[in-house]
Structure formats: C-alpha cells, structure tokens
Design a protein around this ligand. Structure first.
Ligand SMILES: NC(=O)c1ccc[n+]([C@@H]2O[C@H](COP(=O)([O-])OP(=O)(O)OC[C@H]3O[C@@H](n4cnc5c(N)ncnc54)[C@H](O)[C@@H]3O)[C@@H](O)[C@H]2O)c1
Length: 286
C-alpha cells in the first residue's frame, strides 16, 4: 500500500485518542469511519469534533468550508462490518487480546494489503501482529494526547512489519501534519518509557505522604513541565495510564521501577478515570 492508494481510514475506538485521530484524518481529506462499541462514546466524539473544529475557526486556523469538508468526510458506526478501509488505526483499551481480536476481525473483511496500525502506548507491535493474518502489515502509529494538537507520532516496526508499510505510515503521519519518528519495538517505545517515571515516582511520593497531589503538580509546573503528573494522568485517562504502566511492568519482567501504584489502582476500581469520567485526581464539570 502506497500513500497515494490510501483513500479511506478506519479508526477503531472513539475515546480520548480515537476521536482526535479521526478528526485529523478527516481534515486531511480522507474518508474516515469512526467505530466504537459504545454508542454514547460515538455521540460524544461527534460533539467533540465539532467543538474542536469551531475552536479552530475562532482561532483563525480553519475556515467554515474546511470544517464542512472535514465533517463530510466523517462517518460513525457501531458495526465492525462497516470498517472497509485502506488503513485501520486502532485506539481501543490497552489490552493485547482486545487489539489482536479487532485486527483479526478487520483482516477478515479487508484486503491483505490493508494496513493495521495500532496506537498502543506500550504493547509490543510484534506481540499484536503475532496473532494477525499477514503480520507484515501490522505497525505502530503512536499519537500523543490531544491527537489533533500534539505534533509527534512514533512509527514502530515489529519483527514482521515490512519496511514499505512503516514508510507509508510515516508518510501518512506527515500528511496529517505530524512529525513522524521511527522507533524500535521495545515496551513503551521511546516517550512512554521515559515518561513512565514522571507518573510512577509522583504516585510513590503520594503513597509515602511526602506531598499532596496539588503540591506535586504545582512544583513540577513551576520547574518547567507544561502539566503536573496528576493533571496529566487525568487528561490521559487514569485507567489508560494504569494499563500502560501495568503492561510495561510485565514487559520488563516485573522490574520494581515500573511497579503500578495501589492508589492508581483504587482510582481505576472506583471509576475515577479522569476528565473523561468527570473525576480522577481532580473533579471536572461534565
Ligand atoms: N490517552 C492517552 O493519552 C493516549 C495517548 C497515546 C496512546 N494511547 C493509547 O490509545 C489507546 C486508546 O486509549 P484512550 O485513552 O483513547 O482510551 P479510551 O478509554 O478513552 O477509549 C477507548 C475506547 O475503546 C472502546 N473499546 C473498547 N473495547 C472495544 C472494542 N472491542 N471494540 C471497539 N471499541 C472498543 C471503548 O468503548 C472506548 O471508547 C490505548 O491503546 C492507549 O494506550 C492513549
């Protein structure tokens, strides 16, 4: 599959990341089908897309005609059988078996050339591809949050990924106005591996009672970070952040430096998933 052969993109999962990924694909002129198993999430994604495009207009970055063109490129579905596409970008929960099952379903209804890209933050692409027909077309395409604003995309080749597929995805990321960086298939890739300690150590400080959430956030901001670790976890999704840490802890053979926090586990158990649920380390108006 070459860049110019890509006409339709299927985005699987319409949550925090899927919504923004679908938006930028539609803005770049691709017919974009956004899928989620949860109808409410799909509806919210539709509203958020309109809000984001309106903000773009307010800031003078977008015209009404561009907004209309982007919206015309987008369709929403709760039916996997509708996901006929040239590239599928998967952005569902951070669980290996769910990602594999989705890619197998997509492989069953699409051509063997359809590229299956995963937005996973931490799961090795080689592992995802191992259970998917034609694993050479499985690749990592890791966006950052919020996907319609953050410029970086990590492109990850698994052991079976063909160099042509990785190259096409790099070019696609650039077409989406992103800066693409090729990364090796190592748990957490580059950014999440380094950033993990921002969250893990902050949670340890909290567990040990060294400082509270607000103080840690304020200090880290004052020392130059754009966001404190707790407000950032709320933006990412406390559940997603916890799954990523857990996956990296396992992948690094239970190295204590990646140990997930009990405090974070409790937040996940309570449904306090951050901004998307209205409550995390902070409380938000829904
Ligand atoms: N949140 C971030 O900051 C961030 C950044 C980069 C990458 N990621 C990665 O993106 C992926 C999605 O994360 P998110 O934060 O958008 O999660 P999210 O919880 O906001 O959204 C996940 C969506 O997947 C849907 N889903 C679950 N199972 C499904 C299935 N079987 N089929 C279709 N949809 C299903 C859910 O309904 C939900 O809407 C994860 O792999 C995560 O590691 C997240």
């Amino acid at each position: 599959m070459k860049l110019e052969d890509i006409k339709t993109i299927g985005v699987v999962g319409a949550g925090t990341m899927g919504q923004g990924i679908a938006q930028i694909c539609a803005q770049a002129g691709y017919k974009t089908i956004l899928f989620d198993i949860n109808a409410q999430v799909l509806e919210k994604a539709q509203q958020t897309t309109i809000q984001n495009l309106d903000k773009g207009i307010e800031r003078g970055k977008l015209s009404e005609a561009q907004k209309a063109a982007a919206l015309a490129n987008l369709t929403y579905t709760g039916d996997t059988l509708q996901l006929h596409c040239d590239v599928a970008i998967e952005a569902v929960v951070e669980r290996l078996e769910v990602k594999q099952s989705i890619f197998r379903d997509l492989a069953g209804i699409n051509s063997p050339d359809t590229i299956l890209a995963s937005n996973t933050s931490s799961i090795p692409i080689t592992q995802i591809a191992a259970a998917v027909p034609n694993p050479e077309r499985v690749v990592g395409m890791h966006f950052f949050n919020p996907a319609h604003i953050m410029k970086l995309v990590e492109v990850i080749s698994g052991a079976a990924t063909s160099p042509e597929v990785a190259q096409t995805i790099k070019q696609l990321a650039e077409k989406l106005d992103k800066t693409a960086v090729m990364a090796k298939d190592s748990p957490g890739f580059i950014v999440n591996r380094v950033a993990r300690h921002y969250y893990v150590e902050s949670l340890k400080l909290l567990e040990e009672g060294v400082a509270d959430v607000e103080t840690i956030d304020k200090l880290m901001q004052a020392s130059g970070f754009k966001m404190g670790p707790f407000e950032l976890m709320d933006l990412i999704g406390v559940d997603t952040n916890f799954s990523v840490t857990t996956s990296m802890f396992e992948a690094f053979h239970y190295d204590a430096k990646f140990r997930p926090s009990r405090i974070q586990q409790q937040k996940v158990d309570a449904g306090h998933h951050g901004r998307k649920s209205g409550k995390g380390f902070y409380t938000y108006e829904k």
